[in-house]
Design a binder for this molecule. Structure first.
Ligand SMILES: [Fe+2]
Ligand SMILES: [Fe+2]
Length: 166
């Protein structure tokens, strides 16, 4: 199994795309199914966001100052997704806002993931060596088990609160 940071993050993105597709297929279906899928989406996003916020973004920012604007924009995009996830987490799937909010979350995350994969991950790949990307990936693997899985976890809240109060 690869420990390359970009490979690992792209695997997460792939799983997210799969869950998004599953939600879109279930959009007209029973509330219980939609609630379950959104729960899985929120969990996947909470873990992924934590790993990017704690490891990938600060590391890239430190090593590649030219990408600072991309990183700052990424934090803001994650922040918008965090707010939507926090709202969806407590929302009843019967609520008329549930599907619309999930659709906006999916659109936002897909846009963000495209920017990572198309625009700045390739620059990171070019600038950093294989060894450096593996070290970053290894740190993400270490943190993964203890990563927050719910938006209400203090570890997940810390970053979202910081973004609005800083
Ligand atoms: Fe991201
Ligand atoms: Fe990502």
């Amino acid at each position: 199994m690869s420990t390359d940071a970009i490979v690992l993050l792209k695997e997460d993105h792939k799983e997210m795309r799969r869950l998004f597709k599953a939600f879109q297929d279930a959009e007209e279906g029973p509330a219980s199914k939609r609630k379950q899928l959104v729960g899985q989406i929120i969990e996947a996003l909470t873990v992924h966001t934590y790993l990017e916020n704690e490891v990938m973004y600060p590391e890239v920012r430190k090593l590649l100052p030219d990408l600072e604007d991309d990183i700052l924009e990424s934090y803001e995009e994650h922040h918008v997704a965090d707010l939507l996830c926090a709202e969806l987490f407590t929302m009843d799937a019967e609520d008329e806002h549930f599907n619309a909010k999930t659709t906006v979350l999916i659109e936002n995350v897909l846009h963000h993931v495209e920017e990572e994969e198309q625009e700045w991950f390739p620059k990171v790949r070019e600038a950093l060596g294989r060894k450096q990307l593996q070290e970053i990936g290894e740190r993400m693997i270490e943190l993964r088990d203890g990563a927050p899985r719910k938006p209400t976890d203090p570890k997940a809240l810390k970053k979202s609160l910081h973004a609005v109060t800083a």
